[in-house]
Design a protein around this ligand. Structure first.
Ligand code: ADP
Ligand code: MG
Length: 559
């Protein structure tokens, strides 16, 4: 029990840092058990891995809070949030390196399945977290370590028991998550691909702060596009329903177009209470598409968009180390379709103009034979009509898109208006006179297979997430900065752990779709935590779509 830990600490006080290794083990205390799974090798190394287990009869959390998957994820995120705040309060830098820090990876703005805290069937809790064991130079500071391990951690455990919880916030997390999951799962039956509830707060505090803006105009749907939905906790809600097909978000600059699209991009995830986007949901297979010049492309069929490149370059299996704006955007779409994306989210702010449009005058100046690009405007209806793939496109500048839209929303002072009928009149009175440029019918891409020598050989040094947008794998750096639907480094870290598993399947000859669905099943059956050999609390849910985007950006990839 903790007495053993205390004895050990006394013994190693003032010794070299390596003596901390003796602490590895399990210790019982009043609220449960403390596991010291891995002790860091020096004060600057990644902090030590610890767990707290609290049994169900001590935690006393009523079972209706974890009676379904949605409710349990809400509860786990609340408890992780609570633990993270508490840990931050206890945390203070002591001595060398990372000494004194106590870190729980709780939720940011999104509620995601995460490994920081797990509630099991019988109501027991497992908190997984990180501690920087304190030292002066390399000398063990046992008194300081004692304070953390024998004083703070039992307090942390106690704080997670039901009688100490903020019941209002707990209920809000659980019910918010349940409502959001239900709303998303109802989209298909409602005939929608996205929904934005009235009263939602879409803008963020700043470009680097994802919390809600403090002064914002709450969202309100125009009557003609409004839908009402009944939710188990919120009851009846009203909001903007986005139907399948081609939806334009138009409006003047700075009137809130990109902000609405961004909310829809992140509508694949649920949000924490108070975020403002709790009831903004999108199809789980919605994918943000943007230009990403400079990226690596490997064996992607971009021929529906790009053909007859100079030098006779084949675009049915297109490979480049440095994509242009238009080829990168084409590849991003084809790769999304390979993974069964059903909604494409496109913002003109981050699109290649020549990929999006060629107007009448440019068609006159440069003949079709001299232009390799079939612009998106000539494919967007075909994508929907033949393949059921919808698009939501922000356009402020190009009125030719009115021709291909089913619904036109105009953002006016941050409020959406239905301009569909007005758009139809404009089309009639001011025809664009564009010539449709499609020659070959659109073909959905076949799942690709990759050469076995594509993958870095690093059994001892597995891939590592350096940041939300960066994975280091052997000597390869995978740049995810343009993968905008990843929200936190915990997701990237989990993906980094999944990549070697995926590579193994691809080496066996499985195609990319088979490979990522193997990972998906693996996680569904064994849990996210099984991605890591040692239990660790810094992993969060990712979609197979994002896992594929990481692989697609591996520069050593070959077909
Ligand atoms: P657009 O894409 O139409 O040019 P943005 O979506 O980038 O406009 O929004 C412009 C600015 O207005 C941003 O700073 C954004 O945070 C802010 N904003 C967006 N929606 C709202 C809102 N509902 N209330 C207040 N400010 C908003
Ligand atoms: Mg914009």
């Amino acid at each position: 029990d903790l007495k053993d830990l205390e004895t050990k600490l006394k013994r190693i006080d003032g010794k070299g840092y390596g003596a901390y290794k003796e602490l590895a083990g399990v210790y019982r205390f009043a609220e449960g058990e403390l596991f010291i799974d891995k002790v860091q090798s020096d004060p600057f190394a990644p902090p030590s891995l610890l767990r707290l287990k609290i049994s169900g009869d001590i935690a006393q959390i009523p079972s209706h809070f974890y009676s379904s998957f949605s409710r349990r994820i809400g509860l786990e995120n609340y408890l992780a949030y609570q633990a993270a705040r508490m840990a931050q309060n206890f945390s203070r830098k002591i001595g060398t390196g990372k000494g004194g820090i106590i870190k729980v990876h709780g939720p940011g703005q999104e509620i995601l399945p995460r490994t920081a805290l797990e509630v099991s069937q019988n109501g027991s809790l497992e908190l997984r977290f990180f501690v920087g064991l304190p030292a002066a130079g390399r000398r063990i500071l046992a008194k300081e370590a004692r304070k953390i391990l024998l004083d703070y951690l039992p307090k942390l455990a106690k704080a997670l028991c039901y009688s100490h919880l903020d019941k209002t916030l707990l209920k809000a997390f659980v019910e918010t998550n349940e409502d959001a999951d239900l709303l998303r799962s109802k989209l298909k039956d409602l005939g929608l691909i996205g929904f934005v509830a009235d009263g939602s707060i879409l803008p963020r505090a700043s470009g680097v702060d994802p919390r809600p803006a403090s002064k914002a105009i709450p969202f309100k749907a125009p009557d003609s596009l409004a839908i009402e939905v009944e939710l188990p906790n919120r009851g009846r809600i009203r909001g903007l329903g986005i139907r399948p097909g081609v939806t334009l978000i138009a409006g003047g600059g700075f009137h809130g177009k990109s902000t609405l699209l961004r909310a829809l991009e992140l509508g694949i995830y649920n949000h924490v209470p108070g975020d403002g986007r709790e009831l903004v949901v999108t199809s789980p297979l919605a994918v943000k598409i943007r230009a990403e010049d400079g990226r690596k492309i490997t064996g992607v069929d971009i021929s529906p968009f790009i053909n007859n490149l100079p030098l006779g370059i084949d675009t049915r299996s297109f490979t480049t180390d440095c994509a242009s704006g238009s080829t990168s955007q084409a590849a991003n779409i084809m790769e999304a379709l390979e993974l069964s994306a059903d909604v494409l989210l496109i913002d003109e702010d981050t699109s290649a103009t020549n990929f999006m449009i060629r107007d009448r005058r440019m068609q006159m100046l440069v003949s079709k034979e001299k232009e390799p690009i079939t612009p998106f405007i000539d494919r967007v209806r075909e994508l929907y009509e033949n393949f059921g793939v919808s698009s939501i496109i922000v356009v402020g500048g190009c009125g030719d898109y009115l021709d291909v839209a089913d619904t036109v929303i105009v953002m006016d002072n941050y409020l959406p208006q239905d301009a569909t009928i007005r758009a139809r009149e404009i089309i009639k009175n001011y025809p664009s006179n564009r010539l449709k440029e499609v020659q070959n019918p659109f073909k959905k891409p076949e799942p690709r297979r990759f050469a076995p020598q594509s993958f870095p050989k690093t059994p001892k040094k597995p891939p590592k997430a350096k940041a939300r947008d960066n994975i280091l794998w052997g000597k390869e750096i995978i740049d995810l900065s343009a993968v905008e639907q990843l929200v936190c480094v915990d997701q990237t870290r989990a993906m980094a752990l999944a990549l070697p598993l995926l590579a193994e399947k691809l080496k066996e000859g499985k195609n990319l779709v088979e490979g990522v669905s193997y990972i998906k099943t693996f996680i569904e059956e064994k849990g996210l935590k099984s991605l890591s050999p040692l239990p660790r609390g810094d992993l969060a849910f990712f979609r197979t779509i994002e896992l594929a985007t990481a692989l697609n950006r591996l520069r050593s990839l070959k077909v």
